[in-house]
Design a protein around this ligand. Structure first.
Ligand SMILES: NC(=O)c1ccc[n+]([C@@H]2O[C@H](COP(=O)([O-])OP(=O)(O)OC[C@H]3O[C@@H](n4cnc5c(N)ncnc54)[C@H](OP(=O)(O)O)[C@@H]3O)[C@@H](O)[C@H]2O)c1
Length: 369
């Protein structure tokens, strides 16, 4: 397996030499990142962390839970692959950017909650922010070398999840098992539920705004059920650049870890003959979290942090059987519309905004459950 895509061909230029820390190594992205690192002679795994599952012996330095910046300080990696799920990934994101260390970012929640702080840390530290989310990796690649004033807009594609085409009424009784059956991607449970509610695309909308500096009104979302087109960039002359490929996270993970080399991966190339591409507008009535995320993003300050915190709490409650599927949006809407929006000036203020939104979500859960 490890050598499967190396045999017979000198696929690696070996220009890349990087010491890699993988945070969230026991998860879906973490495991695929480990596969990429193990197969690339220029990548060395120097540190690994999880939240609770054991990671002993996986890397020279390991840590389970706690403050992941301790691990990063000790390991001094060249690149941090942040694949922790949720707000818990924030300190590592800020650490990498502040220390001028490359950040391969899968943990979108940290950039959503703390976009302004993260960009300020990057300005001070000078670290590169390399997106791992497939849509953002695609946009990043379409934008490379282009002047900002030539970009007319960005289009993020969404598979639509397992409930595409259903009305809100038809979503009333769906179970966690049904929500976890994603049609095109195999992912951890939180992001899989987020894909089913379209909250994931809402998080990605905010993520794209901070990553690429594009105003919200120029970021579109379209439903594209087969997930072959990962994103599209519209240029001012009418040209559209799209990034296509099989839905396989090893491609954007490898791109971020080996940037700018673009190393080979085991992902097969897409056959174009016979391929048809279908797109449709998202149904914002059945899936209101996408519009709510846009509202929170445009409100700015602590609003995206509140959106993220309420969503994390509501998804956990849904997975635990404490909340119906449609209740996720109800809880988030209540928190986002009632939470005070303040500027997110430092980490302490943001952590407090996150905690406040979680308390409000707990109260809203009691009503919505
Ligand atoms: N999966 C995908 O295809 C995909 C695509 C794009 C973006 N992403 C993003 O990537 C991130 C990870 O997604 P995933 O699907 O890989 O999730 P996952 O399979 O649930 O894995 C989550 C990882 O985070 C670790 N973790 C949780 N809390 C932690 C903490 N407090 N400290 C350290 N580690 C902690 C978990 O450790 P334990 O195993 O010990 O709990 C696990 O290794 C999410 O932000 C997601 O939105 C995922």
């Amino acid at each position: 397996m490890r050598l499967a895509w190396r045999s017979g061909r000198p696929l690696y230029t070996e220009r890349v030499r990087k010491r890699v820390a993988i945070l969230g190594i026991t998860g879906s992205i973490g495991q695929q990142a480990r596969e990429i690192v193990e197969a690339h002679p220029g990548l060395e795994l120097v540190a690994a962390a999880s939240g609770s599952r054991p990671v002993d012996g996986i890397a020279p330095l390991t840590q389970v839970g706690g403050d992941l910046t301790d691990l990063l300080e000790a390991a001094a990696p060249d690149v941090v692959l942040n694949a922790v799920v949720g707000f818990a990934g924030l300190p590592a994101t800020l650490w990498a950017l502040e220390h001028g260390v490359d950040l391969a970012l899968a943990n979108k929640e940290s950039l959503v909650a703390a976009g302004e702080l993260a960009l300020a840390a990057r300005r001070r530290g000078g670290g590169r922010l390399l997106p791992v989310d497939s849509e953002h990796s695609a946009v990043f690649q379409c934008l490379e070398g282009r002047a900002a004033d030539t970009v007319a807009g960005v289009v993020l594609t969404a598979s639509g999840g397992p409930f595409r085409g259903r009305t809100r009424a038809e979503l009333a009784d769906v179970s966690p098992e049904e929500a976890l059956a994603h049609p095109t991607w195999r992912m951890g449970p939180k992001i899989t539920v987020d894909s089913a509610t379209l909250a994931n695309k809402g998080l990605e909308l905010i993520e794209a705004h901070f990553l690429f500096g594009v105003p919200y009104e120029r970021i579109e979302v379209v439903i594209h059920p087969t997930s072959v087109v990962h994103a599209v960039v519209r240029f001012r002359d009418g040209a559209l650049f799209a990034h296509l490929g099989h839905p396989d996270m090893r491609v954007p993970i490898s791109y971020a870890l080996t940037y700018p080399e673009r190393a080979a991966t085991p992902a097969p190339s897409l056959e174009l003959a016979g391929l048809t591409l279908a797109f449709e507008a998202p149904d914002l009535e059945a899936f209101p979290l996408l519009a709510l995320a846009r509202w929170a993003g445009e409100a700015g300050g602590t609003a995206p942090c509140a959106f993220n915190a309420a969503n994390e709490e509501a998804v956990a409650a849904f997975l635990a059987g404490r909340l119906p599927f449609v209740g996720i949006a109800d809880v988030v809407e209540r928190v986002v519309t009632e939470a005070d929006v303040t500027p997110a000036r430092d980490l302490d203020e943001l952590v407090e905004a996150d905690a406040r939104a979680r308390r409000m979500a707990e109260n809203a859960l009691a009503v919505a459950a």
